[in-house]
Design a protein around this ligand. Structure first.
Ligand SMILES: [Zn+2]
Length: 381
C-alpha cells in the first residue's frame, strides 16, 4: 500500500517548484518555468527505473517521457501537464504547498500536480520494493497545456514515431475521480480585411475595411444559426461559432484600411478543426470584396470517448461517479489515434482550479491513488 503521506509530500514538493507557462508568467511567478520542473521530473523518472526522453515543444519548454517496460503486452499511458496558470493575483505564497485542514494548497495543487504526485509516489514505492509493473507504462509530462495544448501534439507524434499504441490512456485533470469522456474542440481564427485609407471627406478614394467586414459578420451569425439547428449526435451538444473581437480604424476622419475579426468556433464530436476553419474562411471570402488574410490561432480536435466504453465504465464503477463531459478542453484533444480508450481522470475539483486560492483534499488524493492501483492490477499492493 502506498502511504498517503508520501503522496502529500510529493505534491508539496511539486507545488514548491514553480512551473508557470509563458503567457501567465509575471512578477510573482518569475519567467516561464516549466523547464525547471521538467528537469526534476526527468531525474525522478530515471531514478524510479524509466527510460527517459525529453523533447522540446517550444525552445526551452520540453515534454518529459518516461517508459517503464513491464511484464505482458498491455500498454498504458498517463498524460499529466507540467504547466500551471499564473499566480499574480493569488493569496499568500502560491508555492508553499502547505498542508492544512485536510488539504494541500498552492498553484497546481489541484490542476494538475496531484496526478504526477500519485504517479511518483507509486513508481517510487514499486521501485524501492523491486516490483516490476505487470504491464508497460508511458508517462508523459507535457508542457503548454494551459497555453495552446501543443505539448500533446508533440507527444502524439513521438508515440507514432516510436510505434507505440496504448490500450488505455488517462489524461490527468481534476475530475473528482470520475471519468470525463468528452469535451469540445476549438478553432481560433483571425480574419484581416485589407482596404485602402483615404480622407473621409473623399470616401470614394478609399476602400473601407470596416464596412467590408459587415457582411462577414452577418455570414458568421447565419453559420451559428445553422449549427444550432443541427441535432446533436453526442453529449457534447452542438458546435458553436462566436465573433469575439473586432478591431479597425485609425482616426475619426480616415477611411479604415484594416479590420480584424476574431472567430471562436467550438467543435462537437465528429467535426474537424481544419475543415470547419476552412468553411469559415470560404464563407467570409464569399461575402467580402476586399482581400482577406487568415491567421490560425489554434486547432484542437473534439475529444469523445463513448460513455459505455469499458474503461470509462471501470473508472465510473471504481469512483462511484457517472461519466460526464467537460466544458473545458484538455490534452485529450490530440490522442484519438494513439489509444484505444482515452479518459480524463484525476483527484479534486475543477472548481478549485485557476483560482486565487487553489487546493485539493487529501482524501481525493487517496481515492485517486486507490483507483490507479485497481487500474494497474495492484489493488492488494
Ligand atoms: Zn489542467
Amino acid at each position: 500500500m502506498v502511504e498517503t503521506q508520501r503522496i502529500v509530500e510529493w505534491l508539496t514538493r511539486l507545488v514548491q517548484i514553480p512551473s508557470v507557462g509563458p503567457v501567465n508568467a509575471g512578477v510573482r511567478s518569475g519567467a516561464c518555468s516549466e523547464a525547471r520542473l521538467a528537469e526534476q521530473v526527468a531525474a525522478w523518472f530515471t531514478a524510479f527505473g524509466a527510460q527517459v526522453e525529453t523533447e522540446e515543444v517550444y525552445a526551452g519548454r520540453p515534454n518529459v517521457y518516461g517508459v517503464w517496460r513491464g511484464a505482458g503486452e498491455r500498454w498504458l499511458a498517463v498524460d499529466t501537464h507540467l504547466d500551471t496558470v499564473g499566480v499574480e493575483t493569488m493569496e499568500g505564497n502560491p508555492f508553499d504547498g502547505r498542508v492544512a485542514d485536510g488539504r494541500v494548497y498552492g498553484r497546481g495543487a489541484v490542476d494538475t500536480k496531484p496526478t504526477l504526485a500519485i504517479l511518483l509516489a507509486l513508481l517510487e514505492t514499486l521501485h524501492e520494493q523491486g516490483r516490476p509493473l505487470p504491464f508497460n507504462l508511458v508517462v508523459c509530462a507535457t508542457a503548454d497545456e494551459e497555453t495552446g495544448a501543443h505539448g500533446a501534439a508533440v507527444f502524439r507524434d513521438w508515440v507514432r514515431r516510436k510505434g507505440f499504441r496504448f490500450d488505455q490512456l488517462v489524461v490527468g485533470e481534476p475530475t473528482l475521480c470520475g471519468p470525463i469522456c468528452g469535451h469540445k474542440g476549438t478553432v481560433g481564427l483571425v480574419l484581416e480585411i485589407s482596404g485602402v485609407a483615404a480622407h473621409s471627406s473623399r470616401p470614394e478614394l478609399g476602400q473601407n475595411a470596416i464596412t467590408a467586414a459587415v457582411p462577414i459578420i452577418g455570414a458568421m451569425m447565419a453559420e451559428q444559426a445553422r449549427l444550432q439547428a443541427v441535432p446533436p449526435t453526442s453529449d457534447l451538444s452542438t458546435g458553436t461559432l462566436s465573433v469575439t473581437m473586432i478591431r479597425g480604424g485609425q482616426a475619426h476622419n480616415i477611411i479604415p484600411d484594416r479590420c480584424t475579426i476574431n472567430i471562436d468556433r467550438r467543435l462537437t464530436a465528429g467535426e474537424d478543426p481544419t475543415v470547419e476553419g476552412e468553411r469559415i474562411v470560404a464563407l467570409a471570402k464569399a461575402q467580402c470584396a476586399l482581400p482577406i488574410s487568415v491567421q490560425w490561432l489554434h486547432r484542437l480536435n473534439p475529444f469523445f470517448q463513448k460513455p459505455d466504453s469499458p474503461f470509462v465504465q471501470q473508472i465510473s464503477a471504481w469512483s462511484g461517479r457517472a461519466p460526464t463531459v467537460a466544458p473545458y478542453a484538455s490534452d485529450a484533444w490530440a490522442y484519438g489515434g494513439i489509444a484505444d480508450e482515452v479518459v480524463l481522470f484525476g483527484p479534486g475539483s475543477i472548481e478549485q482550479a485557476h483560482r486565487d486560492v487553489e487546493w485539493v483534499e487529501i482524501h481525493e488524493l487517496e481515492k485517486a491513488a486507490q483507483i490507479y492501483l485497481r487500474w494497474w492490477g495492484l489493488s492488494g499492493f
